[in-house]
Design a protein around this ligand. Structure first.
Ligand code: NAD
Length: 371
């Protein structure tokens, strides 16, 4: 039986390699903006110059800091007001998009986003800011970019290692969407197609970083992942990574890439139909529901081996001493929708395996107590 409420966020998407300047100038005319503020870090400046070749920005802003400190957001907001800005154009990764969102949150100025990584922030209505080492996030439709301009040419410069961790971060958006609090048949369909596109695209990027078709496929998958995630919300995987990043200061994309197979191994036995569809999306169809969980886990393990993905939290500074506190924090945050009941014992088992990079198997987090 299907019984659900689904909200689709309204956003225009323009996709085309090498077309960012054409698409951006058409968008600026379409929204009738006359005073544009371009947000891009110093490193991202040359990509931003390419994208803005057809417009005349009123203001350039390059103070971009990871996790958007409130004082940085406040300076950018004040500059936008002082220069009478009527459109924000952000060209860069999730940190740059995040700064544009912070300005939009305070001012209501619309955003056109030109993403250059696979983070996916451009397709969500979620903002995040950091004050006194604490990151706060919230949801507000004002921060959802009115338009996203995807140009895979910009992702050519992403080194393979960053492509892999950023792409697996996007795959985590897909897989966690399968059991997140607002998971439904629509966002699950987007998540599964996103998984297929990311697996195929990333394998191509790892084989040849200049393969523009593979870059496009990965970017397309990253967008689907973000749309699914924005709709379904945060599940067990994101709650674990939030604790590891926020409390233990582990790096964002690498932590996601490392933890993902353990969360899949933990939950997959309790959702065999979804595991079956995920295994097929990742290129390893299971013989039947009985083998579906292990097939999905093995498909992800194979992909991660092909990509040379990060595999153990110990490599990023996490230690066994941190596990009890992490477990306590994760247990407080796990949504009730999680298909397996989390306990001190099974979350300790999950984190211990991820700490040491034990090969994930569908029996890893047993005993599995399905809800
Ligand atoms: P990032 O934006 O910090 O970029 C990482 C590095 O890559 C930076 O040094 C950047 O200059 C560089 N870079 C960007 N584009 C490049 C390119 N094409 N080639 C080479 N280098 C390039 O990192 P990120 O992973 O893109 O974003 C992570 C941030 O986004 C985190 O703060 C995360 O919380 C946030 N995020 C937010 C949402 C949301 O919905 N609000 C979703 C996903 C991520």
């Amino acid at each position: 039986m299907k019984n659900f409420e689904h909200i689709t966020l309204g956003q225009r998407v323009l996709f085309g390699s090498g077309k960012s300047a054409e698409h951006l100038s058409a968008e600026v005319s379409r929204v009738g903006a006359s005073r544009t503020m371009v947000i891009a870090s110093e490193f991202e400046r040359s990509m931003a110059e390419t994208a803005t070749a057809g417009i005349s920005p009123a203001l350039w802003w390059d103070e971009v800091v990871m996790h958007v400190p409130v004082e940085v957001a406040e300076r950018a907001r004040a500059a936008a007001v002082e220069h009478d800005i009527d459109l924000l154009v952000c060209v860069g990764g999730g940190s740059t998009t995040g700064l544009a969102k912070a300005v939009a949150l305070a001012t209501g100025i619309p955003i056109v986003a030109v993403p250059t990584t696979y983070a996916g922030s451009e397709a969500t209505n979620v903002w995040g800011m950091t004050e006194e080492r604490t990151k706060t996030t919230g949801v507000d439709d004002k921060v959802l970019p009115v338009t996203v301009i995807y140009d895979a040419e910009f992702t050519r410069s992403l080194p393979v290692e960053l492509s892999v961790s950023s792409g697996l971060n996007a795959l985590a958006h897909c897989i966690d969407s399968l059991w997140a609090p607002k998971a439904d048949p629509i966002n699950q369909a987007l998540a599964l197609e996103g998984s297929r596109a990311l697996a195929a695209g990333l394998a191509g990027v790892a084989a040849d970083p200049n393969d523009i078709d593979a870059r496009e496929e990965t970017l397309h998958g990253a967008y689907l992942a973000a749309v699914a995630f924005a709709s379904a919300g945060s599940g067990l995987h994101h709650k674990i990574c939030h604790v590891l990043g926020g409390t233990f200061n582990l790096p964002h994309a690498q932590t996601h890439a490392t933890v993902l197979p353990y969360v899949l191994a933990f939950n997959a036995p309790a959702v065999p139909d979804l595991a079956h569809r995920l295994a097929a999306a990742l290129g390893r169809p299971a013989a039947g529901n009985q083998d579906a969980a292990q097939a999905a886990v093995e498909a992800l393990n194979t992909l991660r081996r092909t990509l040379g993905a990060p595999s153990a939290l110990i490599d990023y500074g996490f230690t066994a001493d941190g596990i009890p506190e992490a477990v306590e924090r994760v247990l407080r945050a796990v949504p009730a929708s999680n298909p397996v009941t989390p306990t001190e014992e099974n979350i300790t088992g999950l984190l211990t395996a991820a700490l040491h990079g034990v090969t994930p198997t569908a029996a890893l987090a047993a005993p599995v107590e399905a809800r």
